[in-house]
Design a binder for this molecule. Sequence first.
Ligand SMILES: [Zn+2]
Length: 376
Amino acid sequence: MKKLSLLLACLLLTSCGSVNNTAENPVVEVVSEAENLSEEIDQVTENSEENDQVDQEVLVEEVEEVVEEVVEEIDYEALYREYKVNEAGKVLVIMYHNLADKPGTYASTPELFRKDLERLYAEGYRTVSMTDFVNNTIDIPMGTTPVVLTFDDGSKSNFYFDENGEIASDSAVGILNDFYAEHEDFGRNAIFYLFGTNPFREKDLVAEKLNYLVENGYEIGTHTYGHDNLKELSGEGIEKTLARNEAFIESMVEGYDMIHLSLPYGIRPVEELRKHIWSGSYEETTYEIISAVNVGWNPVVSPAHVDFNPKSINRITCGDDEAELHFWLDQLADRPERRYYSDGDRNTVVVPASKAEDVHEAYKDQLITYNESEEE
Ligand SMILES: [Zn+2]
């Protein structure tokens, strides 16, 4: 009766929300417990099956009952405490540019980028897309922390092919792909903010690369058409540069809408012209932008936090100087109460009771709080 066990596992996964099959996930234990129970059902139903009189509906009902019992037995409060679950905590949105031979103000190197991924993975960070981050549809296992990887400017080092026509293993995409092949549970998410008509600087391969990104779960964000300082443009000028960039990407990747913006130089227009960033048009092309990232030095609050503003998302630079990536990883390791830890279920927002006020009103219906110290 393998089928029944399988069905049971599926049902259990559905009722527990997102459960990744990693050893570190406590719900995995519950799954194995459920599998033992399913064997008991197997024995009960064995005879009837042999007689070819198995009523599938009755079977499913029995399985659902077992699942319900098992789920009821999970002590979620204890799990939340153990995994320091705090979905109003801080998140790192990391800003990369090119990967060079030597690290610079914004440049990293293939070696350092690999090391960043290794440290993030080892310390329980899991990549999420910018879209899932902004929309708070973060889907990672209990006890892990989301991280968003961003690349500005579309330098060739982000994505190029080697002499054999393979994605170069020292390019950002090559490194991400290789890391993902070894650590599937890290996820493979990154957003590339592009401008102009020659992203990744190999004119003949632009369409191929852009389609590859989209087909493999990566995201493309806009960085304006001319890498423009938006403060120097009129409202019309802002719409023109954003719509032209949108038109170019659409001409390369059918039906793709860029909804995330990286402000060139981190500069935004004067207040009264900002509305032109979020939607506009030029000639035949319209665009809608839902998020904008800054060039910054601080972690950002969770998308469920009352202070979250998708139109002004702080990023941190890669590197290990003060207020850069490794500085913040150290900080969050020392002060885990500040860090976002997932409950493993994208449909709920779980925080310690003391942080209930941090959660935005929009998530009131999904909010679950728990006591940080065990009570009688
Ligand atoms: Zn730039």
